[in-house]
Design a protein around this ligand. Sequence first.
Ligand SMILES: Cc1ncc(COP(=O)(O)O)c(C=O)c1O
Ligand SMILES: N[C@@H](CCOP(=O)(O)O)C(=O)O
Length: 437
Amino acid sequence: MKYYSTNKNTPEVSLKEAVVKGLAADNGLFMPERIEAFDPSFFENIQNLSFQEIAYEVALKFFGEDIEAQKLHEIVFDTLSFDCPLVKVDGNIYSLELFHGPTLAFKDVGARFMARLLNYFLGKKEKQVNVLVATSGDTGSAVANGFLGVEGIHVHVLYPKGKVSRIQEAQFTTLGQNITALEIDGTFDDCQHLVKTAFLDKELNEKLVLTSANSINVARFLPQAFYYFNAYARLKEAGILENRELVVAVPSGNFGNLTAGLIAAEMGLPIQQFIAANNENDVVFEYLKTGKYQPRPSVETIANAMDVGAPSNFARILDLYQHSHKLINEKIKGFRYSDGEIREVIDRVYSETGYLCDPHGACGFQALKEFLSGQQVGVFLETAHPAKFTETVEAVIGSGKVELPEKLAAFMRGTREVKSLPAEYEQFRVYLLGMCF
Ligand SMILES: Cc1ncc(COP(=O)(O)O)c(C=O)c1O
Ligand SMILES: N[C@@H](CCOP(=O)(O)O)C(=O)O
């Protein structure tokens, strides 16, 4: 399968090249040349397959031409060593819990898949591979943990100083070994900009092997489609979908997760409606309303992983629907919540149902609550474990109520090691050049 750039100003590349390069040479994002739909019979019997079996069938559609079946099977089954269960929350609303992986956020799926695929493509590395990752909270830890201790790979995690939760920060600043945490004096968008600038720096790329582990990278982005199929299968298995339509709400920041869902729908997955649930960083919400896309600097919110002012994957959404505002508006409905509203939702859902949402999932839940009508079933993506935001959540429901899972407690016991940099490319470049040896 070939991959083209959303900017369409550079030749198509192979999967290997797309994965190793990360970003296209013309600054666009790679897209698969074909999105292959499943035969409808696949959906008739999907409930008989396990999560891993479903993911493998989906992976074959994306990567089957480029990776031997047995290897792909091994990568998928090894990646998905944890479940993504569906939990009933309230009436016809279900939570798709994506926080049962090693770092307790949905990123574990894509990051673990990408780490294994990169290893397969690069084999024994003659030159060190530098994985650059910009994070507003969760990507950094998932990628760092996915690549921890892998020989020949160094991960550089760029995060906005003071703008991620204490636990999120501990998850990528205490690992040591081949992981370096770079605290950037700026926003997530500044971090993402530094990373993208490095990929376009010809001289730097002649000296260093650089790749991205953000959703820019197709190997991180496409596997995020796996769990949409599984959610459908599990609902069908439980008989919940009979004569009812499925609506999926996705807490969105950089829009990689939602875009992977849109791709799943293009492959035939029967999702009637997608909802993009935003915090106050609402440039896509505004686009849906007005047709004008106007990225602007992000603002800090309590759903910090969605504090993105210029979502990378919007380019993929435009490309998928031929830049048609009308079509995009049909496919995606937008909802937006202030910090006050998010706190109110966490509190209400907890006291009425006993279910504890994290600040991101809370946006998805509330969007469904407002959108759903009688004949629909709603699933919101619970994108991270609430304990990753203990301070915020306990300030709402009362202290001492959020138990810290041992996986997170272990990160908190490590020693913090960070390197501070301004949000200026030149200094980041000098830092990277220090990696040449
Ligand atoms: C907990 C959580 N929810 C939602 C998001 C937003 O996801 P996306 O950037 O794919 O839109 C993120 C960041 O990726 C996140 O970490
Ligand atoms: N919300 C993300 C931001 C980066 O998203 P990505 O999916 O494009 O890698 C985070 O938590 O870091």
